[in-house]
Design a protein around this ligand. Structure first.
Ligand code: PLP
Length: 396
């Protein structure tokens, strides 16, 4: 018999969508895969050179549990620039991607029954990890407020058990960026009602003008001692497979995380750490600028195609690399004409009839959305979005 805990979670909905896309392609169908949570790109030269140099130096040992001191030093410089506040190495833990940073945060903060506010739609892993850590997710609807939580809704959901809020901006899946007023309001609420802010800024490198991404700490420095920053290089440098992320916050939390990580994964991979260190020390912005340009171009192409959708508003796509489609009107029409209108059915029809793989909003707690990634090459994106637009426009 398995532990009862295993009933609390299932495999991530985004992974399931990727698997369905691969299965359809393996059966011989021509599939354009818009499910990926990563950017199609070569490896950054600075990362490659740093990794090769580390291998040539024969590096093969454990490092400090929460990462090489030099890497944490370099990260302290980065986080100081991001937040306009000084940071020290003992306020930072290097982790196996942002996912482990989030898991560490949940394990270090939550007691059984503690509540964590999560705006919906949410990235699928947030509630899963909170439940595994013994907490209770409290979902805050954002669909009637442009996918940004209303402060009044957040305030109304706070109870004596509220321990934290997850703030993810730029947001996966919705592509929205929380503006400074929203961040200031969330920070003030956390201070007034005494809870933590888990600030996931994994997509912070991709803010599409005129939108800008701000650290909640730079907006509200007074919230720093109750904020945990979660970030990684998975998206910003297209390094999903290298598994380097970090958690930054008060020393007491980082010290607890260090103890936890010493019993779980120990340090992140030594070669990957040196590769990132080399990248940060080289200070070469060229690769990241190229990646940002690539994402900007893909967004522009995608928005021009999606503007032809008749029953679906053109998505905001303020940050990150996802288009999030609001299917409400399309579902209303489908209901009238007796067509299937659940997003899972729509995603399945797009896959089987139009050859486009997407992720259903149900993976993100939303019964009226579909997520499309534009992290892929332009030719495939063009083909996939044209197919999708043509297919959805027949839902009339
Ligand atoms: N946070 C968000 C919002 C994400 O979308 C993802 C990955 O998709 C992660 C964290 C995890 O990133 P990593 O690959 O660095 O673990």
């Amino acid at each position: 018999m398995l532990a009862q805990r295993t009933a609390l979670f299932k495999s991530s909905g985004t992974a399931a969508a990727r698997t369905a896309a691969k299965a359809a392609a393996a059966s011989g169908k021509d599939i354009v895969d818009l499910t990926a949570g990563e950017i199609w790109s070569d490896l950054a030269p600075s990362v490659r050179n740093g990794a090769i140099a580390a291998i040539n130096r024969n590096l093969n040992r454990y490092t400090d549990t929460v990462g090489l001191l030099e890497l944490r030093h370099a990260l302290a410089g980065k986080i100081s620039a991001d937040t306009a506040q000084p940071w020290s190495t003992d306020e930072i833990a290097v982790t196996n991607g942002a996912k482990q940073a989030l898991f560490n945060a949940a394990m270090a903060l939550l007691n059984p029954g503690d509540e964590v506010l999560i705006p919906v739609p949410y990235w699928t892993t947030f509630p899963a990890q909170i439940v595994v850590a013994g907490g209770t997710p409290v979902f805050i609807e954002t669909r009637n407020s442009n996918y940004v939580p209303r402060l009044t809704d957040l305030a109304a959901a706070v109870t004596s058990k509220t321990k934290a809020i997850v703030v993810n901006t730029p947001n996966n899946p919705t592509g929205t960026i929380y503006d400074r007023d929203t961040l200031a309001g969330v920070a003030q609420l956390a201070i007034d009602r005494d809870f933590w802010i888990i600030f996931d800024e994994c997509y912070g490198a991709f803010a599409h003008a005129p939108h800008t991404h701000d650290s909640i700490i730079s907006v509200a420095p007074q919230a720093r001692d109750r904020t945990l920053i979660v970030n990684s290089f998975s998206k910003s440098l297209a390094l999903t497979g290298w598994r380097i992320g970090y958690l930054a916050g008060p020393k007491t939390v980082i010290s607890a995380v260090k103890a936890l990580q010493s019993h779980t994964t120990s340090n992140p991979n030594v070669i990957a750490q040196h590769a990132l260190l080399h990248h940060l020390e080289s200070g070469d912005p060229v690769f990241q600028l190229q990646l940002q340009r690539q994402v900007t171009n893909a967004r522009a192409l995608g928005l021009s195609i999606l503007s032809a959708l008749t029953l679906v508003p053109t998505p905001a796509a303020q940050g990150g690399f996802y288009f999030y489609l609001d299917l409400t009107e399309l579902q209303r029409r489908a209901n009238r004409t007796g067509r299937k209108s659940n997003p899972d059915d729509i995603v399945n029809a797009l896959l089987m009839d139009a050859g486009v793989a997407t992720v259903s909003g149900t993976a993100f707690g939303d019964p009226a959305g579909v997520r499309l990634s534009y992290g892929i090459d332009l030719e495939s994106l063009d083909k996939g979005l044209r197919r999708l637009t043509a297919a959805l426009n027949t839902w009339n």
